[in-house]
Design a protein. Structure first.
Length: 115
């Protein structure tokens, strides 16, 4: 059972930046897939970015150029660097790990973009 813990959320002004972290309880396998999602009130959960166990990133067009996904060399922590934040980026941000047929989610971290 892999446990994921997100951190780094908070209140930021429009135009600001935040870096979210997702710490896994064990090392990521080369066959794992990890990703960041967000869910705003009243909306469906939205995929933002993903990274393979081999480190290949992919980013949704809706946030490309503003959000960057990465992972540490120890393969235990995934990051989401967010810049040029907008009020519409306000949501709970979740990380997800897919290992074979199993899926694991973190508890989420709140990001609020407001002046």
């Amino acid at each position: 059972q892999v446990q994921l813990v997100e951190s780094g959320g908070g209140l930021v002004q429009p135009g600001g930046s935040l870096r979210l972290s997702c710490a896994a309880s064990e090392s990521i396998f080369s066959t794992d897939l990890m990703g960041w999602y967000r869910q705003a009130p009243g909306k469906q959960r939205e995929w933002l970015a993903g990274i393979t166990g081999g480190g290949r990133p992919n980013t949704a067009d809706s946030v490309k150029g503003r959000f960057t996904i990465s992972r540490d060399n120890a393969k235990t922590t995934m990051f989401l660097q967010m810049g040029s934040l907008r009020p519409e980026d306000t949501a709970v941000y979740y990380c997800k790990l897919t290992r074979g047929s199993s899926t694991y989610w973190g508890q989420g971290t709140q990001v609020t973009v407001s002046s």
